[in-house]
Design a protein around this ligand. Structure first.
Ligand SMILES: Nc1nc2c(ncn2[C@@H]2O[C@H](COP(=O)(O)OP(=O)(O)OP(=O)(O)O)[C@@H](O)[C@H]2O)c(=O)[nH]1
Ligand SMILES: [Mg+2]
Length: 202
């Protein structure tokens, strides 16, 4: 099965994107497969509401495993199953907690094994003065190696927030030459464009 990995800094909205995009694609039974850094595999069913409540959080590094769902993408006259993989947020430098470092190394291997990379950047965080400010070093590094891949797109998230307009313009200048899709993971905006992009690249 082809793999589409969702990466970016903590708090960018990766998990919110995964859950709401899966709902947008019409998946009725939401089932998550978790792969923990220690190799443990878990499977759990959710409603969209319970998944949002349990898996999305404003505290950075809420996600500390690979968590994936299987969806069907329209393909010509038929459909094709693909795996959407949500990951642990990447950061500038090295995290002081071993648990987080291990989870981040899982993100790296997921990137290497993927067919499509969706790189989420928080468009509303451009003028932040803290660790969550975006884009930061790690975003530039991701773009540097990932743009070599055919299936690479930057999703500028949180476009529902007023400050994201300016953020989008800045990211478009900085990441010129890449495919950039403005989205709101929370309000399912820009999802049609993302669906077209993913379907074309798997
Ligand atoms: N306004 C707005 N908030 C969003 C959007 N997407 C996510 N958020 C919020 O941003 C915060 C982080 O969302 P998550 O989906 O947990 O982010 P993440 O990238 O998975 O974060 P980690 O798991 O910590 O790496 C939550 O408070 C979300 O409600 C969006 O499109 N608009
Ligand atoms: Mg998350």
């Amino acid at each position: 099965m082809k793999k589409c990995v969702i990466i970016g800094k903590p708090n960018a909205g990766k998990t919110a994107f995964l859950i709401n995009f899966t709902e947008y694609l019409g998946v009725k039974n939401l089932e998550f497969n978790f792969l923990l850094p220690d190799g443990t595999k878990l499977r759990k069913k959710y409603t969209y509401k319970s998944a949002s409540r349990e898996l999305i959080d404003r505290t950075p590094h809420k996600t500390l495993s690979l968590q994936s769902v299987t969806v069907e993408m329209p393909m010509g006259k038929g459909k094709k199953k693909i795996q959407l993989i949500d990951t642990t947020g990447l950061i500038d430098g090295i995290h002081n907690r071993q648990e987080v470092r291990k989870a981040i190394s899982q993100t790296i291997s997921a990137i290497l094994n993927s067919d499509v990379i969706l790189h989420i950047i928080d468009g509303s965080a451009v003028n932040r003065k803290d660790l969550l400010s975006s884009p930061s070093d790690v975003d530039y590094q991701i773009a540097k190696f990932a743009h070599l891949k055919k299936g690479y797109a930057i999703l500028v998230n949180k476009m529902d927030l007023p400050e994201a307009g300016e953020g989008l313009k800045f990211i478009e200048r900085e990441f010129h030459g890449n495919l950039i899709i403005p989205i709101s993971a929370l309000y399912k905006r820009g999802f049609k464009e993302v669906k077209t992009f993913v379907a074309y690249n798997v």
